[in-house]
Write a new protein. Sequence first.
Length: 79
Amino acid sequence: MSTTPSGAGDRLVRIGAIVFFVGALATLVTVAPLFLGTDPFPSIAYAVCMLMGVGFLIAAAGVVRSVWANSPRRAVSRS
């Protein structure tokens, strides 16, 4: 078990990963009818696929926040 505390952007990275995987699942479900030869889903289903990009941006913001909080310049100013 790790004893290190959570970083500043860890929660954003987790939320971003969840949103990304919801978007990825929506993409798989939306593309399936194209391969199966059935009627495609309505446009709103394709809009849900955009959650992949939103999740990626949320996770990237969490990484940037963690890096910014742990930067050496900020560590010196906290001392």
